[in-house]
Write a protein that binds this ligand. Structure first.
Ligand code: OAD
Length: 262
């Protein structure tokens, strides 16, 4: 559907907006999603071999090399107009809570603060044995896609260092999950951007908001059918739809050459 006046009014009247993002918000920064046909990571790699504690026990160098390759891609990437629009939206509404399933730091680099990371971060590795955080160098070794790389050792216990992401079969960080569900239950409007909505428990967050009476707006190039009177779909790439939305909302931020200027 197009961005209607009624939808713009929902944004203007909202006291608390939750923005819930998935891999699609970083797609236009060149970071692959998981489930897009042909380009999705899980189309090309087997998650059972790369994204579980058992996979790491079996072949730590394979898993570490793959995550370092992804971390490198993120370090080389820049926030795109969608990340920038979300950061600008936070200046326009009384309260905005940003919840992401993404393990990159592009929201933070776009200027968003207090980002809730439900699935951890590529940039916060920790010891697999003692769980203490490990500091990584900013310029990692250059692992090619799929190349093995021995993980570093913990400075405290000499255990293997693991990526700081949530793997399949692991619990999500409790405080982050609680904060996300609390915000979804208390907001007036939830904007769900670039997620296939299949990985639980994160995928329930838009439904929690809807059931609590909020307006829910999905932004995705894949058209989604929603029948509820309070649930809407804006079909298109986040880097196009969100700057349009900002511009139509009006206010003190404008877009110049694809980036936001105060
Ligand atoms: P998916 O790869 O499952 O979904 C990406 C979504 O983004 C799809 O619905 C695409 O249509 C959409 N998309 C693609 N390009 C877009 C664009 N330019 N603008 C907006 N949307 C776009 O990624 P997630 O839903 O984030 O978990 O996946 C959820 C979790 O599954 C991830 O956090 C990860 C994965 O396994 C862990 O690693 C624990």
């Amino acid at each position: 559907m197009p961005i209607t006046d009624a939808l713009l009014d929902s944004f203007r009247n909202a006291r608390h907006v939750v923005v819930f993002t998935g891999a699609g918000v970083s797609a236009e920064s060149g970071i692959p999603t998981f489930r897009d046909a042909l380009t999705g990571l899980w189309e090309r790699f087997d998650p059972a071999e790369l994204a579980t504690p058992d996979a790491f026990r079996r072949d730590p160098a394979l898993v570490w090399g793959w995550y370092e390759w992804r971390r490198m891609k993120v370090l080389q990437a820049q926030p795109n107009p969608a990340h920038l629009a979300i950061a600008a939206l936070a200046e326009r509404v009384p309260k905005l809570t940003l919840v992401t399933q993404n393990v990159d730091d592009l929201h933070e680099r776009a200027g968003s603060r207090d980002v809730i990371h439900l699935h951890g971060s590529l940039h916060a590795p920790r010891c697999f044995a003692c769980a203490r955080p490990h500091t990584l160098t900013e310029t990692p070794e250059e692992p090619a896609e799929g190349r093995r790389l021995e993980p570093p050792r913990c400075q405290h216990c000499n255990g293997l260092v693991r990526p700081g992401v949530v793997w399949f079969g692991e619990m999500l960080p409790e405080a982050a999950l609680q904060a996300a569900f609390d915000a979804a239950g208390a907001c007036d409007l939830l904007l769900s951007i670039g997620t296939s909505g299949v990985v639980q428990p994160a995928a329930s967050i838009p439904r929690v908001a809807l059931q609590a009476g909020a307006v829910v707006v999905h932004v995705n190039p894949q058209p989604a059918g929603h029948d509820g009177r309070r649930e809407f779909s804006l079909t298109g790439a986040a880097g196009g739809v969100l700057p349009d939305l900002l511009r139509m909302l009006g206010g003190r931020h404008g877009i110049i050459d694809g980036s936001f200027r105060p």
